[in-house]
Design a protein around this ligand. Structure first.
Ligand SMILES: *[C@@H]1O[C@H](CO)[C@@H](O)[C@H](O)[C@H]1NC(C)=O
Length: 220
């Protein structure tokens, strides 16, 4: 049997390349790299530049930014993130925390985080949560306070407060310092510039009036 070493080598290289693509944020090279979020920088880096360890304070690793509810949006929820602006110490550590408040009967509509898996713990109220995998199978669960649920990276998921009396409050950890969020309905109908009507009509099997109506309902 003749082994094609060149082909084998190419296959291994290709595999390594694919594996590096599916990794989460890069590992930190130092104990920490407190984000220098104050000095304006005119270049783009993968994360914020670090401040000198001599100037690092304990307060760089602490924040109270999750202690208060933010303003509810059109879907009746608010998400507050401990991103590097509020918590510069998490720069390069590959994680972020989110506080999620959902008003009575409010919804965090189907959305995805392209760069992070998410683990949610419900602290108050009750939530119907779920995600759809790439074969369109839906996994849902009704959460009570103390229950956890995990949303795999990149998959479309939702959090729905079915309670007609009590608001819900949950906390999530996400596996990237910049998870990104794409709400499916807004990406399709409220992009800027707009996706051509013909594309939406064919993609959703709807007519032009439906497109206009959905855009208007979503605040467009
Ligand atoms: C949450 O509330 C804050 C503060 O009011 C606001 O800046 C932010 O845009 C809100 N986020 C969402 C997702 O509604």
């Amino acid at each position: 049997m003749v082994i094609d070493f060149v082909l084998l080598f190419k296959l291994i290289l290709g595999l390594i390349f694919i594996l590096t693509l599916v990794e989460s944020d890069p590992d930190p090279l130092h104990d920490y790299c407190v984000g220098d979020v104050k000095s304006p920088h005119s270049f783009y880096s993968n994360g914020a530049p670090c401040i000198s360890p001599e100037r690092t304070l304990a307060s760089h690793f602490a924040t109270s930014s999750l202690s208060e509810v933010g303003n509810m949006n059109q879907f009746n929820f608010n998400v507050t993130l401990t991103n590097t602006n509020y918590l510069p110490g998490l720069n390069t550590l590959g994680l972020v925390m989110a506080r999620i408040d959902i008003a009575v009967n409010g919804l965090v509509p189907p959305h995805s985080h392209p760069r992070a898996s998410e683990v949610t713990i419900l602290l108050e109220g009750s939530l119907l949560v779920g995600f759809v995998d790439t074969s369109n199978h839906l996994y849902t669960q009704q959460l009570r306070p103390g229950d956890c649920f995990v949303f795999p990276k990149g998959l479309i998921h939702f959090l729905y407060n079915t309670d007609l009396v009590n608001p819900a409050m949950a906390v999530s950890g996400l596996s990237s310092q910049n998870p990104g969020a794409q709400i499916s309905s807004l990406a399709a109908f409220r992009s800027n510039p707009q996706i051509p009507d013909e594309v939406l009509k064919k993609g959703f099997k709807i007519n032009g009036q439906d497109v206009v109506k959905i855009r208007r309902n979503l605040g467009g």
